[in-house]
Design a binder for this molecule. Structure first.
Ligand code: PMP
Length: 363
């Protein structure tokens, strides 16, 4: 049987070892004779799971003690509104840097909640000879001008990643939905990091919010208690019933990553995978990637065939070879290979072998 490699951008593949473990203990978790889905989130077993998950995450990302780790409902978009509701009360204003689809979607949501005037937008991506390149601005101003500056270090749809740190007089909020734990970062450079779970963390329905304690004293808008970061922080993310199965799988992903050597170790593999794939694209005139080398995403590799008419054939043949979900996002078209932490090197090698053969056949 052909091995299936799933390149979906999200919900994305989860580590095979985690899935096998979950399967094994699906109906008898922790010797309880029931599934983890069927026990109280307030049981001592689940509380232990939650504490371990947080401890593992703190260790993996070197999260300082003055940050809260919240396991919230909803994905990335839920946080688009949560950051506004939690931090922009009393006529607060924010600056949004845009570099692609997701950072623009965050702006749209913010404006919906607090109006056009409260949100300033600055585009940081330019087209240089048809190649997209990000230039981080030198942000200067009075610290009271904005409550925060928001950006998206990895644009999942556009395949654009920002590797430099942003320096800013205002607290920095980053949407790390598709890059979290893929490479080492200095958490202390950020006031808030958030990420929907369904790429590098676990299944959808959950998102992680890592928030500096100081942010929790900013004025908020009237909002629902289940989405209030202060309420979540005060209640160990259990004000209401959390998505326990997603939390359990996230905890297993953290254990898997820790056993593998942590973020530093996976970052090396991620570099290797991305390099292999971009090399294949660059070496074949048949494929084109339009992102500057310095901003090429290590998680979402976008490319076009030089003949769009071959797209369906490419996807069908890839699928027949066990290489699935390579179709680009509907807004940008082309192809996209999402190669998150769970994608083994062998998956990228199989893709590259296929792409070389397909190009040869059609050039
Ligand atoms: N931000 C980024 C960077 C994303 O990739 C996504 C989803 N692909 C979102 C936000 C939205 O996430 P959700 O669909 O979970 O709301």
């Amino acid at each position: 049987m052909t091995t299936t490699y799933n390149f979906c951008a999200g919900p994305a593949m989860l580590p095979a070892d985690v899935m096998l473990k979950a399967q094994k203990e699906l109906i008898n978790w922790n010797g309880l004779g029931t599934s983890v889905m069927e026990v109280s989130h307030r049981s001592k077993e689940f509380i232990a799971l939650a504490e371990q998950a947080e401890a593992d995450l703190r260790q993996l990302m070197h999260i300082p003690d003055n940050y809260k780790v919240l396991f919230m409902h909803g994905g990335g978009r839920a946080q688009f509104s949560n950051i506004v509701n939690n931090f922009l009360g009393d006529n607060g204003r924010a600056l949004y840097l845009t570099s692609g689809q997701w950072s623009r979607a965050a702006v749209k949501e913010a404006k919906l909640l607090v109006g056009e005037e409260a949100i300033d937008e600055l585009t940081i991506v330019n087209q240089d000879d048809g190649v997209k390149v990000v230039t981080l601005p030198k942000l200067i101003g009075d610290k009271n001008d904005y409550r925060f500056v928001h950006y998206c270090p990895n644009e999942t749809v556009d395949g654009i990643e920002i590797f430099e740190n942003l320096t800013s007089p205002w607290p920095v909020i980053a949407d790390m939905s598709s890059t979290i734990m893929s490479r080492e970062i200095d958490v202390s450079q950020f006031a808030v990091i958030y990420a929907g779970a369904q790429k590098n963390i676990g299944p959808s329905g959950l998102s992680l919010v890592i928030v500096h304690e100081d942010m929790l004293s900013l004025p908020s808008l009237a909002q629902s208690s289940v989405m209030d970061y202060r309420v979540a922080a005060a209640n160990g993310s259990m004000f209401n019933t959390p998505p326990t199965f997603a939390w359990y799988l996230a905890a297993e992903v953290f254990k898997w990553l820790t056993a593998l050597g942590g973020v530093k170790a996976i970052a090396q593999i991620n570099c290797q995978k991305a390099q292999l794939l971009y090399q294949c694209i660059d070496e074949n005139d048949f494929y084109v990637n339009t992102v500057a080398v310095s901003n090429r995403s290590k998680m979402n590799v976008t490319f076009q065939l030089n003949d769009d008419a071959l797209n369906s054939k490419f996807l069908a043949q890839a699928q027949a070879n066990g290489l699935v979900a390579l179709k680009g996002h509907r807004v940008v078209g082309g192809m996209r290979a999402s190669i998150y932490n769970a994608m083994p090197l062998s998956g990228v090698e199989a893709l590259v072998t296929f792409m070389n053969a397909f190009a040869k056949q059609h050039s």
